[in-house]
Design a protein around this ligand. Structure first.
Ligand SMILES: [Zn+2]
Length: 62
């Protein structure tokens, strides 16, 4: 299932509105925020990181 993604105003982004994604849903239930000038998203609660791979937001494993 596709991970939910949201724009800056926490409106769900999808293939129809093509919003600029600013948050992605984290596995912990919070939102991971886009890091400034970085290509990944990081959750402030659990520090998981996510990257866009082949159109999907996937957890970045260290
Ligand atoms: Zn998290």
């Amino acid at each position: 299932m596709t991970r939910k993604a949201y724009d800056r105003w926490k409106i769900e982004a999808n293939q129809f509105n093509r919003a600029t994604v600013f948050y992605v849903e984290c596995n912990c239930g919070k939102l991971a925020q886009k890091k400034y000038q970085q290509s990944y998203f990081e959750c402030g609660t659990c520090q998981r990181k996510y990257v866009l791979q082949q159109g999907q937001y996937v957890e970045l494993k260290n």
